[in-house]
Design a protein around this ligand. Structure first.
Ligand code: SAH
Ligand code: SF4
Ligand code: F3S
Length: 445
């Protein structure tokens, strides 16, 4: 179905800078323009429409946008067709600093926030160049288009926004307050993907376990309910969710890990710090003990569950003793993977006005923490050597007979095979492990 033919041969280039939800939004933007005749290109100089889907979470991600705008301005090929060429800044930076973008980069044609991008096709060509003032989640999802990208694994945003206001974080300001999509709307979207061959669904939300959408009887449903509904779709073999907040880790969701065979034994549960003092300063609303209780409960339903987390080092007021507590927590929980960052002060957030920690201290802490995490990850991966594990293959490797998949615990698994394994789940014997991946061979016995 094509809605307008005057866009025939026009090319769109989209770059995602942020989290999985930002990637999901980029796919939806692509779908909105595809039905209007645009074709995606990965060569920016060939594009008629460039969309930078930005991220505001840390200064580095945010500043990258401005340097990219500068680079785009210097592309001769783009300058020669400037009259019809359009540059759009979408995403969380657009929401947070629309006016500043306009001031710093007058070459930008349109600025559109993450809740308004469904309007983008209608806005292009008008004089309405900044659209970021409202949080229109409900209207947005009703107006989006969902086309399978033919990936084995597909992200599906089920919840957006955040009411938690951690003192370091911009998300409540860029994505608005918590919103959950209705169960049926989500199931309909997933059926589009599963009918196209998709095997795994990764449910997304800034606080995905705060999900509370209505079901078909107009009753409020939680994430466990949604997961159970999705698992009834035959063609979907695996379900994952991210990112969860410890205070929304309900009994029903924890129990679901024991009851639902399609729900993978892997939980990304950010804690940020192992010190109660720092957690309080961060306004995380939970203690280390609360977190450890969740870990224990999860293990009681699913003893092999793998945990991952996010950490921030060098948060204002973090003393050496606080950092030691974080290291102790990591040592205790044995995360199978974790993402760690130096604290980055963000405009408009409470912690940005506090006395900041010296960059060298931040760097040293990050290095120590990442070294420990890497050791743990290496040991964890090593424990799989000579064991068999189920892997869903989702892409081709660098060599023509190399395939890459994900274990149930979300590890990358590499294998050589003469037949195409993409989309299949196979039991694999692990031969070798590295810090980041497993290498295996097919074992049909
Ligand atoms: N909603 C999720 C996290 C969303 S942001 C949660 O509550 O855990 C993803 C990660 O970015 C966070 O977990 C945090 O570790 C990191 N992050 C967020 N703001 C940051 C900042 N100002 N500086 C450094 N890291 C930050
Ligand atoms: Fe940010 Fe905290 Fe909300 Fe997560 S829970 S999105 S870290 S404010
Ligand atoms: Fe970045 Fe916005 Fe996601 S700030 S992490 S793109 S919600």
């Amino acid at each position: 179905m094509k809605m307008k033919n005057n866009n025939e041969n026009k090319k769109i280039f989209i770059k995602s800078y942020g989290c999985q939800m930002n990637v999901y939004d980029s796919k939806r933007i692509k779908n909105l323009f595809e039905v209007r005749g645009f074709e995606e290109t990965n060569q920016i100089e060939n594009a008629d429409l460039v969309i930078l889907n930005t991220c505001h979470i840390r200064e580095k991600a945010s500043e990258k946008v401005y340097s990219d705008i500068g680079r785009i301005n210097n592309l001769k090929k783009i300058q020669s067709k400037k009259k019809n060429f359009k540059l759009v800044i979408a995403g969380c930076v657009a929401q947070a600093e629309g006016e500043e973008i306009k001031k710093r980069s007058p070459s930008v044609d349109y600025i559109i926030g993450p809740q308004a991008y469904h309007k983008l096709p209608d806005i292009i060509g008008t004089d309405d160049n900044i659209v970021n003032d409202e949080f229109l989640q409900h209207e947005k999802f009703k107006n989006l288009l969902f086309k399978s990208s033919n990936d084995v694994s597909e992200f599906v945003t089920v919840q957006e926004g955040c009411n938690k206001f951690c003192t370091f974080c911009v998300v409540p300001y860029t994505r608005g307050s918590e919103f959950s999509r209705p169960v049926e709307e989500i199931l309909n979207e997933i059926k589009i993907y599963s009918n196209a061959g998709n095997k795994e669904i990764i449910l997304l939300g800034q606080n995905v376990n705060a999900y509370h959408g209505v079901n078909k009887n107009n009753k409020q449903a939680d994430l466990a309910y949604l997961i159970n509904c999705i698992s009834e779709i035959d063609k979907i073999k695996r379900i994952r969710y991210m990112t969860s907040h410890p205070i929304d880790m309900t009994e029903s969701l924890i129990k679901c890990h024991g009851d639902n065979k399609k729900l993978m034994p892997f939980v990304h549960l950010p804690i940020q710090s192992g010190s109660n003092t720092v957690l309080k300063k961060m306004n995380r609303k939970h203690t280390v003990k609360h977190y450890l209780n969740i870990v224990e409960k999860l293990k009681s339903y699913r003893s092999d569950i793998a945990l991952s987390s996010d950490f921030i080092v060098g948060f204002p007021g973090e003393e050496d003793e606080d950092f030691d507590e974080t290291m102790k927590l990591i040592d205790k929980v044995k995360f199978v993977i974790a993402y760690s960052f130096m604290y980055s002060p963000r405009p408009g957030t409470p912690a940005a006005n506090k006395k900041q920690i010296n960059i060298e201290i931040k760097k040293a802490r990050l290095y120590a923490l990442q070294t420990l995490l890497k050791e743990q990850q290496k040991d964890y991966n090593k424990s799989f050597v000579n064991n068999k594990i189920e892997v869903l293959f989702d892409r081709q490797g660098r060599h023509s007979n190399q395939y890459i998949g994900r274990s149930v615990y979300n590890q990358s698994v590499f294998i050589e095979s003469d037949c195409n394994l993409i989309g299949s789940i196979k039991k694999i014997r692990i031969k070798n492990s590295t810090d980041f991946a497993l290498e295996g061979e097919i074992n049909e016995k």
